[in-house]
Design a protein around this ligand. Structure first.
Ligand SMILES: *Cc1c(COP(=O)(O)O)cnc(C)c1O
Length: 368
């Protein structure tokens, strides 16, 4: 074959820039000849607490059945979620991470000839999932690093079928206040699916938590997406979910792989959902960790974008250089140049010791 077989893929697929994940600990250890135990990874917004004992036991118990296919309907987890939120099980769609849920939305509602609206500095998966379907992305300039809802509403076109919002947003940590979000939903035409991605919802104080679940009744075009990857500490197992109008949920389920959530993930998520104390501790520790990093940044004369997530994005100047120097000191953070933030680095809130390691390494990495 003389042609590059890559040319066989449609042009909208060929032009996709691959998602850049945080560098795994094992990779840095290999590259730099470091011991894995000495490396601090604050690059993927994982929970530094790990998992609770009850979740661990649930995984252990589920191990006995791994030779069997999982429950493709995810009955037990859906039942637990339906009790938690007072919704019918028919309003819940489970995903292999909430990333999967976002893909399902793009499969069900996007395609060639359609468009999706998202914000500058938004979560990378929105433009990726949009482009992968051959749909056109409409990027709306950010306001104070966050979503400019008025401009996003104005950007909706006749062909627009999806509007993506992360609240709080990753990588900026910005938030849209509940009353603004509600007013926005009243304004957006009902023919546009509005995805409100609440991956960091559990890290919000009560007054900033929007009642998105209640709004589902009034707004059948609303899809709320949440995950067990962050505050619940299950990033490695991949489980998230969408809450939506039953008809919307039904369409999403049609494009889902029959066994998209594995049995260990189903069992772990159900147990983790019950462990309210674990989430409460994660919330409290995250707040104090954020303050710790902010104080350290202030002492170094570094600006940051005020964050409502379990991470914070700092303006360090020559971000790529600082990133590499941090790596040499065994600290992995996340460059965000791909998010149009070339002077910033995003750092996940770790344990107090990890945050301190980061701040010490940062101080050394800023010296030229
Ligand atoms: C981390 C994150 C997700 C969740 O990813 P999972 O696939 O559930 O692990 C979704 N949206 C945003 C904005 C995130 O930062």
């Amino acid at each position: 074959m003389k042609m590059d077989p890559c040319e066989l893929a449609p042009s909208h697929i060929r032009s996709i820039a691959p998602y850049q994940p945080g560098k795994p600990i094992s990779e840095l250890a290999r590259e730099m000849g470091l011991k894995q135990g000495g490396i601090v990874k604050l690059a993927s917004n994982e929970n530094p607490r790990g998992i609770g004992p009850r979740t661990r036991s649930a995984i252990d118990a589920a191990l006995a059945e791994v030779a069997r296919y999982p429950d493709g309907n995810g009955h037990d987890l859906k039942l637990a979620l339906s009790k938690r939120y007072g919704l019918d099980m028919g309003s819940i769609v489970l995903g292999n991470g909430s990333n999967d849920v976002l893909e399902l939305v793009s499969l069900a509602f996007l395609g060639q000839g359609r468009s999706a609206v998202y914000a500058q500095h938004c979560f990378a998966v929105y433009p990726l999932a949009t482009q992968a379907r051959g749909a056109r992305g409409i990027q709306v300039p950010a306001k104070n690093w966050g979503h400019d809802l008025a401009a996003m509403a104005a950007a909706v076109e006749a062909e627009t079928s999806v509007l993506w919002i992360a609240n709080p947003n990753n990588p900026t940590g910005t938030i849209v206040r509940p009353e603004e979000l509600e007013a926005f939903l009243r304004k957006v035409p009902e023919r546009v699916i509005v995805v409100v991605d609440e991956a960091y919802n559990e890290y919000l104080p009560p007054d900033l938590k929007a009642e998105t679940v209640k709004w589902l009744k009034r707004h059948p075009n609303l899809i709320v997406s949440r995950t067990f990857s962050k505050a619940y500490g299950l990033a490695g197992l991949r489980v998230g979910y969408a809450l939506a109008h039953p008809s919307v949920a039904e369409v999403l389920n049609r494009v889902r792989q029959p066994f998209n959530v594995n049995s260990l993930a189903l069992a772990a998520a159900a147990a983790a959902l019950d462990d309210m104390e674990f989430v409460a501790c994660s919330y409290a520790e995250n707040l104090s960790g954020l303050r710790q990093i902010e104080e350290g940044a202030r002492a170094l004369g570094i600006e940051w974008i005020p964050s409502h997530g379990n991470f914070i994005t700092l303006r360090v100047g020559k971000a790529n250089e600082v990133y590499r120097r941090l790596l040499r000191r065994g600290v992995i953070v996340r460059p965000v140049a791909g998010y149009q933030l070339p002077e910033h680095l995003r750092v996940t809130v770790g344990t107090p010791q990890e945050n301190e390691r980061f701040l010490v390494a940062l101080a050394a990495s800023l010296k030229y």
